[in-house]
Each structure stands twice: as C-alpha cells, then as structure tokens.
Design a protein. Structure first.
Length: 197
C-alpha cells in the first residue's frame, strides 16, 4: 500500500511541477506588460491545490483502511427495527463492581507459581442485568477465577495478553447473564486494578 501511495504522490508532484513550469512561462509572457487572466490563473491554482488535497486525503483513506466495507449504501427498506433500536441512545451506563478483588495463583512457563490480583467492573444499561449480576455473582466469580488461574504469566505480560484476557472475561460474564436472562446484557468489562507477581 505504501508503494501505491508513493506512486500516487510522485504522480501528483510531477503534475504540479508541470503546472509550475507553465506558470513560469505565463509570468515571462506577462512581463511585457500583458496582465491578462491573472484572476483566472489564481482560481485555477487554488482549484488544483484543493483537488490535490481532496484527492490525497481520499487516496490515503482508501489505502490506509478508512473504509471497512464496500456495502456502504443501505436501502431504507433494508433497515430493520433491531438496528434502529441499537442506534438510539441507551441511557446512562450502570457500572457494577465485581467485589471483592480476584486473587488467584497461576504458573509461568517454568512452572513457578505467580499471583494475580485483579479488580473488575462491568458495564450495562439495564437495571435487570444489574440485579442478575448481583444474584448470580457466585457463578460469575467461579467462572472468572477458573479463567484467570488457567493463564500463563508470560501471556499476560504484554498489553495484548491483558486485552485478550479482558475479552475472555467479558464473554464469561455475558454467558452467565445470557443463560439467566436470555440476553447478554453486559456491554463491556474493565480491569480497574491488575497486579501480577
């Protein structure tokens, strides 16, 4: 992609160089006292610069992944009620702390025991989900403790490892709530503290 972008920039630089040569030739012609088309020339230059900026921005967006899908246009008949409900604001978020902190031991690649202490909060927009989290906290905590204790220390050191664990923990909580309420209900999960030794 960088190669294509470089070719694109090189092409426009070549076009601009030709425009500059033409402008120099035009200026040489106007030194004889001919002051014709000065306003038109400025408009053409401004239009070329604007076109260059817009074209470069569009090319950069396409080359650098600005568009996720080719199917951007949506027919109004294709939009269903569920999608319309997702677009509407969900209201104020409800943060539920999964207290007390999780403290588990797990192993590193040399089979040495390590410890993890993590404090978690989940986000929902539904008070029924908040009540279900409180009611089923023992199941949620059990599943999360088992998940945390299966980890390897080396996998959790980089940021990506923590993000993967966060996604897996969210899936565990959503599974429990899905089984109880028939909907996942929990939007996200956050580590508010994460300490490994």
């Amino acid at each position: 992609m960088r190669f294509a972008l470089c070719l694109y920039i090189r092409h426009w630089g070549h076009v601009m160089a030709e425009d500059t040569e033409l402008e120099l030739e035009d200026e040489a012609g106007t030194e004889d006292g001919e002051d014709q088309g000065g306003g038109k020339r400025k408009i053409v230059i401004i239009a070329m610069v604007a076109l260059l900026v817009l074209g470069g921005g569009g090319a950069a967006m396409l080359l650098l992944g600005g568009a996720e899908s080719d199917d951007v246009a949506v027919d109004s008949d294709e939009v269903n009620v569920e999608e319309a409900a997702e677009i509407q604001p969900k209201g104020d978020p409800i943060y539920v702390s999964l207290d007390p902190a999780f403290v588990v031991n797990f192993l590193d690649k040399h089979a040495r025991t390590k410890f993890l202490k993590a404090e978690l909060n989940v986000v929902t927009y539904d008070e029924d989900v908040q009540a279900a989290i409180a009611k089923h906290m023992p199941v949620i905590r059990n599943n999360l403790i088992l998940l945390f204790s299966r980890q390897l220390y080396e996998d959790l050191v980089p940021h990506e490892g923590k993000e993967t664990l966060r996604a897996e923990a969210l899936a565990q909580v959503q599974t429990v709530i899905q089984q109880q309420l028939g909907k996942p209900g929990v939007e996200d999960l956050f580590f508010t503290s994460f300490v490994m030794q």
